[in-house]
Design a protein around this ligand. Sequence first.
Ligand SMILES: Nc1ncnc2c1ncn2[C@@H]1O[C@H](COP(=O)(O)OP(=O)(O)OP(=O)(O)O)[C@@H](O)[C@H]1O
Length: 407
Amino acid sequence: MEYSEIMVRYGELSTKGKNRKEFIRQLGQNIRNVLKPFPAVVVKAQRDRLHVVLNDQPAQPVMDALQQVFGIETFSPVVKLPKDASLADIQQTAKQMIKEQYQPGQTFKISTRRQNKNYPLNTYGIDDGVGSYILEAIPGIRVQMKHPDINLQIDVRLSGIYLSSITIPGALGLPVGTGGRATMMLSGGIDSPVAAYLAMKRGVKVDMIHFFSPPYTSQQALAKAKDLAAKLAAFGGTIDFIQVPFTKVQEEVKKRVPEGYLMTIQRRMMLRLAAAITIDRHCNGVFTGESLGQVASQTLESMRAINDVTSLPVLRPLISLDKTEIIKIAREIDTYDLSIMPFEDCCTIFTPPAPKTKPDLEKTREFEKLVDVDGLMQEALAGIEVTKINVGDDYLNSQEDVFAELL
Ligand SMILES: Nc1ncnc2c1ncn2[C@@H]1O[C@H](COP(=O)(O)OP(=O)(O)OP(=O)(O)O)[C@@H](O)[C@H]1O
């Protein structure tokens, strides 16, 4: 079927009266962004619907891209006929559309809406004229008014006559950019990319902060984290990837702090740095991929001891998810295979064999006095590098030659 446009129905934003205009503008911009590879396509964001005019582009790749945009409830590929198209024209297009979908034994229904009152046939005339034609043209097909297998919608509007028979669920959520800005602590693991995805789903624009510790962690580990950001860019547009050198902090903490508190104090340093970057970038919160009770650093006592370093909101979208649930989403958003590639993370390397699962807040504060918190912070912040990452960027493979030389 040669579709002429994709009709997009808005999601949750339709309930937000006051901000509606801004949401539609942002959604339009986000859709234009993901459709940049299709320059012929035109996006028209209107009050009640958004139209993606295909201009002879095939519909499927455009629909694949739309599937990842938050703020879309459903969308349908549509054929547009001229506003004065005859009943015979409508019948032909309807037949072709239904034939493409029809499986033996299925039922159908025609649902016409008429906004253009000048069209010579009323809704009943069109429903009946098209319905009886389909019954004759497709042997075996039956009409069913309630829950038909195929619901062919005919929209008679002033701008044209629109036919559609497929409704595809969108990604739901809110358009990225309408929920403010935050940072995300992105490791190379399974959890934090999923947490980033869920943050974006609520409309938040996220900047990724990644701590790395050369030479204990490799260039591949860094490239892997960047590639995860590139996967996430499919949902939120270009991502600022902020890499923070963490070697000196970890070495100092390891040298001076009792083993049981190593992990807690390392995490406090991470969150302190993340908070400083968050404020510097005018963001309003820090997201992490923690979930309650997964590992030693993720008990309530640990979270309290780590949270102590900032008054910014620390948001944990995965807090009550099981690992299996997290893995399911990771697979759906295509980050899982990358996440399980075996490159070391700076946290795992410096994790003591028996970290305190219930660190005492007062003791944590005392032990931390053994390190030069301000000096280490300044040094780490001075070494930050920021990369703009886009969907499709591939750091692991583009560096393969460099790695080969190193081997
Ligand atoms: N190198 C890192 N850079 C940035 N953030 C990190 C890093 N390591 C850990 N984090 C943050 O701390 C959270 C908890 O990390 P931890 O390694 O304890 O748990 P995890 O369940 O393995 O998480 P993940 O699967 O995201 O690595 C991560 O989800 C992430 O938000």
